[in-house]
Write a protein that binds this ligand. Sequence first.
Ligand SMILES: NC(=O)c1ccc[n+]([C@@H]2O[C@H](COP(=O)([O-])OP(=O)(O)OC[C@H]3O[C@@H](n4cnc5c(N)ncnc54)[C@H](OP(=O)(O)O)[C@@H]3O)[C@@H](O)[C@H]2O)c1
Length: 301
Amino acid sequence: MNVLMIGGTGFLGSHIVDKLIDRDHRVTVISRNPDRKMIFDNSKVNFIKGDILTLNELTFTEKFDVIVYTAMIPFKPGRISAKKFRQLQLLTRTYFENTVNLAKKLSCPLVLTSGASFETVRNEIADEHWPLARKGMAALGKCYDEIVTDIKKNNSIPLIEMLPGQIYGNGGMFLKMINMAQKGRVVILGNGKNYLPRIHVDDCASAYVLAIEKLPIGKRFIVCDNENVSVKDFMLYLAEKFKVKKVITIPKLILRLVIGKHIYNTLTMNSKVTNSFIKNELLWQPFFPSYKEGIDALAEV
Ligand SMILES: NC(=O)c1ccc[n+]([C@@H]2O[C@H](COP(=O)([O-])OP(=O)(O)OC[C@H]3O[C@@H](n4cnc5c(N)ncnc54)[C@H](OP(=O)(O)O)[C@@H]3O)[C@@H](O)[C@H]2O)c1
């Protein structure tokens, strides 16, 4: 297939590109900085230097079978003022709108990415029918629901939605946690009793490859592994496997002061979800069924 990637140089996107070229798909990546070294073989990818903010200025000479969006607005973790948060919300909207407009212009199916932001209590398990909880950093993508509803109402483009849980692996923001663990420190933020869905980056990328190859138009998929795990258990397992002696717990009150309410609300939200739909629909299976196998693999490297 001929795939156009927006965000193909990012943590998740680069793993998708790597798998796509492995399966002999033709891949074009739009990037602001295409000259840097990637985890995939750059020579097997067609790069277009470009910015999502000015996507309409790009010209394309070929027809794509699908556009895949895995881009993320740039922001530094930490406290964010209300004004800055509004600016980031606007930027997120522009990213989504420009991508959707490109898919319209190229008459192309779009695989769009948001996140598995579902808020559950006690033993509730969310599936794809639940409303997305736009809490914490997920509130940046508040416009997403409106944009998707509009696409569906007007049948404007063939759409597939991917909603990954927290992606872990050797890269992205998770790299910081690995680096800390390698230096002998693991930090549990708050009491860690809340659950957050997790997915190893390799498994997440495989799910995207299946979605790209099968193009299940109109479907929305939660992408997470088989086992719901609390933040505390995840971090303690990471500490055990990296032979970390010092596990630091930062109490909720201090945590909120340091990281601000947006990131605090993201990290302390309780979310149990199921991956049944993507397994049935795309016949996808995670290679790392739970965080344990995933972390074991990271610790072995
Ligand atoms: N990481 C997670 O735990 C997680 C969880 C759930 C959902 N998600 C979603 O999954 C997607 C991928 O996440 P990630 O962690 O892989 O993100 P990431 O590593 O931060 O990826 C950033 C990507 O966005 C591209 N990008 C950003 N601004 C751009 C611009 N103005 N023009 C062109 N490209 C731009 C970058 O391309 P260049 O720098 O090359 O231009 C890069 O490829 C995001 O949509 C995110 O919301 C992530």
